[in-house]
Ligand binder design. Structure first.
Ligand code: FES
Ligand code: FES
Length: 165
């Protein structure tokens, strides 16, 4: 079947088999290998991407279901050559070790901050509860998300201050 979708802001048209999972379409057809495939049981969350702005496990979505919709992957987080605050947070606070879980963590955490710019530790832990990290441990991941939240709050404050006469 032929389908068209938007991936990281670009329109993509492809001929695929109806049973193809979105994770494999992204990795094998579009070479967007930042999205990882970590399990066969929908448990690890390494495959998380956004479908119309909502994080989904791309190993549970048929590519055909994304036809006509907007997909964003970890490759689409960086904007105009600048890393997103959540990416910088993971760098600053050592939120990764092997990095396998990181793309999914980043996509879920970015979605959380878009919805709730100042989440509590509990809210961060709940948001990433669908992701498994086997090596870093969650403390630095939570700290990384908190760093990004603080960074963005600081940026908002400077914009407001700059506008104050
Ligand atoms: S690959 Fe593990 S949840 Fe999708
Ligand atoms: S950084 Fe290795 S699994 Fe999370």
């Amino acid at each position: 079947m032929q389908l068209t979708m938007t991936v990281n802001g670009e329109e993509v048209t492809a001929e695929i088999e109806g049973r193809l999972l979105l994770v494999h379409f992204l990795r094998d057809h579009l070479a967007l290998t930042g999205t990882h495939w970590g399990c066969d049981t929908s448990n690890c969350g390494a495959c998380a991407v956004w479908l119309d702005g909502e994080p989904v496990k791309s190993c549970t979505v048929l590519t055909a279901m994304a036809a006509g919709h907007e997909v964003r992957t970890v490759e689409g987080l960086e904007q105009f050559g600048e890393l997103d605050a959540i990416q910088r947070g993971f760098m600053e606070c050592h939120g990764l070790q092997c990095g396998f879980c990181t793309p999914g963590m980043l996509m879920t955490a970015r979605a959380l901050l878009d919805l709730n710019p100042s989440p509590s530790e509990q809210e961060i832990r709940e948001a990433i509860s669908g992701q498994i990290c086997r090596c870093t441990g969650y403390a630095t991941i939570v700290r990384s998300v908190q760093w990004a939240a603080a960074e963005e709050a600081g940026a908002r404050t400077s914009i407001i201050d700059a506008g104050t006469p």
